[in-house]
Design a protein. Structure first.
Length: 94
C-alpha cells in the first residue's frame, strides 16, 4: 500500500522520518483530494472525515501548537516539541 503525507511543512515531514512513521522519499502532497488519498495510507496532522473514509489507513501525528505560534512555520525542534504520539485509524462511512 502506498503511503502519502499530507502537509505543506518540510519540518513536519522530517519529524515523521525521525520518529520512524515514514521512510525518506515518501510522496508528499500539499492538499488532500479524493484521488490523492483513495486506497492509500495517509499520514497527516488532520484530515476531514469524508477524505479519511477514502483512505485505506490514516495515521495522525497531531500538533498542539500554542496560539502565538499558529500560522507560523515551525522548526524541526518546535514540531518535535509540540507533536503528539502517532495514532492510526481505519475510517469508514456508515
Amino acid at each position: 500500500m502506498e503511503t502519502i503525507i499530507v502537509t505543506r511543512h518540510e519540518s513536519y515531514v522530517s519529524h515523521l522520518v525521525n520518529i520512524g512513521v515514514i521512510e525518506p522519499g515518501c510522496r508528499v502532497v500539499a492538499h488532500a483530494t479524493p484521488d490523492a488519498v483513495a486506497g492509500k495510507h495517509v499520514v497527516t496532522s488532520g484530515l476531514p472525515l469524508h477524505l479519511a473514509a477514502l483512505a485505506a489507513k490514516l495515521t495522525t501525528v497531531g500538533l498542539f501548537v500554542p496560539a502565538e505560534l499558529r500560522g507560523k512555520e515551525l522548526s524541526l525542534e518546535e514540531v518535535a516539541q509540540y507533536a503528539q504520539p502517532p495514532a492510526s485509524y481505519i475510517v469508514r462511512t456508515a
